[in-house]
Design a protein around this ligand. Structure first.
Ligand code: GDP
Length: 448
């Protein structure tokens, strides 16, 4: 057993305004048991995985810090794969402060870095990188659908998918290497064809996986851009949906100069709604920048809410909006004609709304939820791609597979196939790269 013994508060830091009912301090590493013995003034550890009530004392002064539940885990059955201990104390600032101080003064433990517990679990083979990332996603999940996706990944759904692909590739590579190492042996006929067809099948499965963006949308939130001419009521609509005054609503045209975002839970689906500057030609430099950002945003959004003004010639505005953005797409765009309290609108194509009186809001929410579920619904049993990191590795993998198929010699094909497998291995951590690990675990909170 190597490495330092680390400790951290696993629950939020208690403040005067928000003390916790309990706070949990976790320890992991070869001397976790010694630390527990010193803080409880005992000669023997409790039975593993059994909570016991103990006085927690300052090992130097002997003063009692708190009385709480402590638990001990042997390396074989701990989360990190190392000896672990937990102190469940009262969640007061003084209690937690004194316990952390006492641990620091023991001299043989140190405070954990962000994500260090999970990183140790990975290093001891308790989980792969996709499962570790799923823990971070689960902690960050804001809606039920995000939570379900993170749990599926934490159960190894992506790990199994990527390792299955890698396993197939490894077998194909073994065939190629046999052909290189034993050129005179009688290798089975049609070997090259078989390797080709394995690579071809891998390519099409990976292509399919890459084309499906539902998992990333669900993890990151579906981006919806509210666009439309100035004064149509875009900010009012955002405020109505967000039920708080996130954007400035004003009578002067062109006040929303930047992109304002709000995160919403739309029937369990995570949505990032962005209010953009009114799309119009303007001389004002700041406003021009706003319009430029609005266009970029509108082009990149998963879904667009076109907001038009019922009191003006909205059909004409719709046409000119289509002309200034990249067209209109019935799957990507929902058209809202606002201010129907002021002017009557007759049309089945659009959602009729009054941001002032909330008329039409239920219909708009229904349309938004339908669109969100179509764009993010989990496929039956198929684990979707969830992260840009995985996407990049898979794109690399595809490029190498393509080169392997086109290679003029077996040795070159084998080298490209090896690169493809390395790219796949980077996703699960089967191929370890230290800088990569630093980046992944840095995003965790301390105590995870
Ligand atoms: P934006 O420039 O598109 O963001 O438009 P705003 O949300 O700032 O609204 C422009 C003006 O239209 C404001 O004076 C709003 O009070 C008004 N407005 C917005 N929605 C409605 C509506 O449904 N009915 C009426 N009568 N006025 C509205």
């Amino acid at each position: 057993m190597s490495g330092a013994t680390i400790y951290a508060l696993g629950t939020p830091v208690p403040s005067r305004a928000h003390p916790g009912a309990i706070s949990v301090i976790r320890l992991s590493g070869p001397r976790a048991g010694d630390a527990l013995l010193a803080l409880t003034r005992k000669d023997a550890l409790p039975a593993p995985r059994r909570m016991v009530l103990r006085a927690v004392v300052d090992p130097l002064s002997g003063e009692t810090i708190d009385r709480g539940l402590v638990v001990w885990f042997a390396a074989e059955s701990s989360e990190t794969g190392e000896p672990m201990a937990e102190l469940h104390l009262h969640g007061g600032r003084a209690v937690v402060g004194a316990a952390l101080d006492a641990l620091a003064r023991l001299g043989f433990c140190r405070l954990a870095e962000p994500g260090e517990f999970t990183r140790r679990a990975f290093e001891h083979g308790k989980l792969d990188l996709t499962e570790a990332e799923a823990i971070a996603d689960l902690v960050a999940a804001e809606t039920g659908a995000q939570r379900r996706q993170a749990l599926q990944q934490m159960d190894g759904a992506l790990y199994r998918l990527y390792e299955d692909w890698r396993g197939k590739g490894v077998r194909a590579l073994a065939h190629l290497e046999a052909a290189i190492d034993f050129p005179d042996e009688d290798l089975p006929d049609g070997l090259a064809d078989e390797v080709r067809s394995v690579i071809g099948r891998l390519q099409s499965e990976i292509d399919h996986h890459l084309a499906d963006r539902r998992g990333e949308r669900l993890r990151d939130g579906l981006s919806i851009a509210i666009i439309g001419p100035p004064n149509a009521g875009k900010s009012s609509l955002l405020n109505l949906l967000a039920r708080r005054d996130a954007a400035i609503v004003s009578e002067t045209a062109g006040t929303t100069r930047d992109v304002i975002e709000v995160h919403l839970d739309l029937g369990g689906w995570p949505v990032i709604l962005a209010d953009t500057a009114g799309l119009r030609v303007t001389q004002d430099a700041i406003e021009q920048e706003g319009v430029r950002r609005a266009r970029v945003r509108a082009a990149a959004a998963d879904l667009r809410l076109l907001v038009l003004d019922a009191t003006v010639d909205w059909k004409r505005e719709w046409q000119s909006l289509i002309a200034t953005t990249d067209g209109w797409d019935s799957l990507k765009d929902i058209v809202v004609v606002n201010k129907v309290d002021r002017a009557k609108v007759v049309s089945d194509e659009v959602v009729q709304l009054s941001a002032n009186t909330s008329t039409g809001l239920p219909e708009l929410l229904k349309r938004l939820e339908q669109a969100a579920s179509t764009l993010m619904q989990e496929g039956a049993g198929v684990a979707p791609l969830t992260r840009a990191r995985h996407r990049e590795a898979l794109v690399d993998c595809q490029a190498s597979l393509g080169r392997a198929l086109a290679a003029p010699e077996v040795a070159l094909a084998a080298e490209d196939l090896r690169l493809a497998l390395r790219a796949l291995g980077r996703i699960t951590g089967a191929v370890q790269i230290d800088e990569l690990l630093d980046v992944i675990f840095r995003d965790f909170c301390i105590g995870k």
